[in-house]
Design a protein around this ligand. Sequence first.
Ligand SMILES: Cc1ncc(COP(=O)(O)O)c(C=O)c1O
Length: 315
Amino acid sequence: MTLPRYAYFRGEIVPYSEAKVGVLTHGLNYGTAVFAGVRAYWNEEQEQLYIFRPTDHFQRLLHSAKVMCMDFDYTPDSLTQITLELLRKEDYRRDVYIRPLAYKADEIVGVKLHDLIDEITIAALPFDSYVANDTNAHVTFSSWRRLDDNMIPARGKVSGAYANSALIKTDAVLSGFDEALVLTQEGHVSEGSAMNFFMVRNGALITPTITENILEGITRRTAIELARQVMGVEIIERPIDRTEVYNSEELFMTGTAAQVVAITKVDHRQIGSGKMGPIATRLRELYQQVVRGNFEEYRHWNTPVYTSEKITAAD
Ligand SMILES: Cc1ncc(COP(=O)(O)O)c(C=O)c1O
């Protein structure tokens, strides 16, 4: 991976090599940090870089920060402005991934959340695909369980909780799968290691409700909107049993990094025809149009980097 040239660190944009923390930093030792993952897409024809739904991502970051008792004067808009400045300085003319991180910055020993210094850092790096087999992924059900809202809330996108995601991902990949789905303590399908989950049964698109220990994904919200409004597909948010998944017509996962990943096999069982289905196919096409600023109706989700034009994202 190519490292960024700059980062937003301690209130200013500095060379990336200067954006360093000490080994005793609280967030590093105890996982007391929350993060976001945002993409910006290069539109070659328009010679424009578009950040996708930055206001929504930064709003979620600040909500996550609140769960972890972090106190900031930043707003979604001010964080978007910093990101725009950072991307212009990097002068990226390709797809990039933006990583905002809010963390407990004190270099002390002591497990707590209160009376600590909170910092936000942002860096952006060149980025392409995240899941290799994104049109025919083979996934398994992880033997690990999803963390519960009363353990470490998935909704909070807490850095420490990603040890759970890393266990899920690595055990799946080392066993020869592309990804894993993880079950809640009750045995319902929650999500993937870093993506939300969708299933098609009887023509309807079904996804776990937000109380199933999922991250409330921005791509999930985007997929629901596009499927419902543009494709005219019925959306149902409800708990999902493991064996429903084996008998589904289509499956896919969504995430900022993963985008829309079609699943064609689960635990060696073929899903539907064994090929990417029509809903996933259409949604993948639509998603690429939308994120690159080529779908007029959803242009309010695209914040251009290289103009003074300012479009505010709104649901
Ligand atoms: C656990 C988890 N679920 C779902 C997602 C997808 O969320 P989004 O669409 O906002 O990227 C992510 C993204 O990082 C994630 O880490």
